[in-house]
Design a protein around this ligand. Structure first.
Ligand code: 8YV
Length: 314
């Protein structure tokens, strides 16, 4: 039997290539100078595609793959994929939820502690010899006893909530619908929640529905003692409004793992001392990335071996 031809749209880790090398013919698009020419050449035989859910794939690329059956997407977010398009064309799409929950929750607490206790700044202070020449670094904020409001209490949000409780924080959450059997107070208004919390946490997915929902009004509700954390998608925050709120100290600080136009980080953010920045590292541990790759592979293999996929999007 001929091996299914698979298009790898964005760079993928070696473990994915290795796991598929024997049973599939892999075609990488990202390293081709003439992408249109390459698609014209291999497009007609492609039956599966591997994409990054955030970077996604344009519908015009998918249009050029007439025999495409399924898309295995890397990541829990799939805002870069037009799911309605896939469903309308009868394309199966899969993603990689759950396996990254712990890594995401870990980095989130790390960012919160880093921001509250000014760990990056204190590290620089120590390295520069200022402890010895100028004296103690100074006093900082603390998580204990504070309230965190989580926007997007899904798989990742719930792991963050559990860890915040271990740090003796109160947890509340915002979501369009109140979830049954969730032990935290619910808010149906993001601004109302921002007003009541010390820490505003974004774990919302990207896409049109959440674009720029963290805006000037929300930051003003959070107020000068409030901290903002974004581990969801950069597009969910109005970045210029966030920068302005930080510059004018209308909020106390921000810890950001995601940005509007990654990997670009606005110079105005780099110039601020009340922020902790991370280059979209939420799921970037050896173990978690291996598990995400493994799920990409298992979904793809399931489809082409005639079994139900493990984690479908549609
Ligand atoms: C990855 C992510 O950082 O799962 C997601 O939605 O954004 C992350 O886990 C990303 O897929 C790697 O580029």
């Amino acid at each position: 039997m001929t091996k299914p031809d698979i298009l790898i749209v964005t760079p993928m880790q070696a473990s994915i290539h290795q796991a598929l090398a024997d049973g599939y013919t892999l075609h990488t698009l990202h390293d081709k100078d003439d992408k249109a020419g390459f698609i014209a050449e291999v497009g007609p035989k492609i039956r599966g595609a591997i994409i990054n859910g955030g970077a996604g794939v344009k519908n015009e690329v998918l249009d050029a793959l007439p025999k495409l059956e399924m898309i295995s997407s890397f990541g829990v977010g799939y805002d870069g994929l037009d799911v309605d398009y896939c469903t309308a064309r009868g394309l199966k799409a899969t993603f990689t939820p759950d396996v990254l929950n712990d890594a995401m929750a870990e980095i989130t607490l790390g960012l919160m502690i880093g921001l509250a206790r000014k760990l990056p700044q204190a590290d620089r202070y120590t390295r520069e010899g200022l402890w010895e020449s100028k004296g103690p670094y100074g006093l900082t904020a603390e998580l204990t006893g504070k309230t965190v409001g989580i926007a997007g209490l899904g798989r990742v949000g719930k792991e963050i909530a559990a860890r915040c409780q271990a740090f003796k924080m109160q947890v509340v959450y915002f979501g369009r619908t109140k979830q049954d059997f969730v032990p935290y107070p619910h808010y149906s208004s993001l601004t109302a929640m921002a007003k009541d919390v010390d820490w505003l946490m974004n774990v919302m997915p990207g896409g049109a529905a959440t674009a720029k929902m963290f805006n000037a009004e929300v930051f003003d509700a959070l107020g000068p003692d409030g901290f903002f954390v974004n581990v969801g998608r950069g597009t969910t925050a109005d970045e210029p409004a966030l920068i302005k709120a930080l510059q004018e100290k209308r909020i106390a600080g921000a810890a950001l793992d995601v940005f509007e136009k990654e990997p670009h980080v606005p110079p105005a953010l780099l110039a601020l001392d009340n922020v902790v920045l991370s280059p979209h590292q939420g799921s970037a541990t050896e173990k978690t990335r291996w598990m995400m790759g493994d799920l990409v592979v298992r979904n793809l293999k399931a489809w082409f071996e005639g079994r139900p996929v493990l984690t479908p999007i549609n």
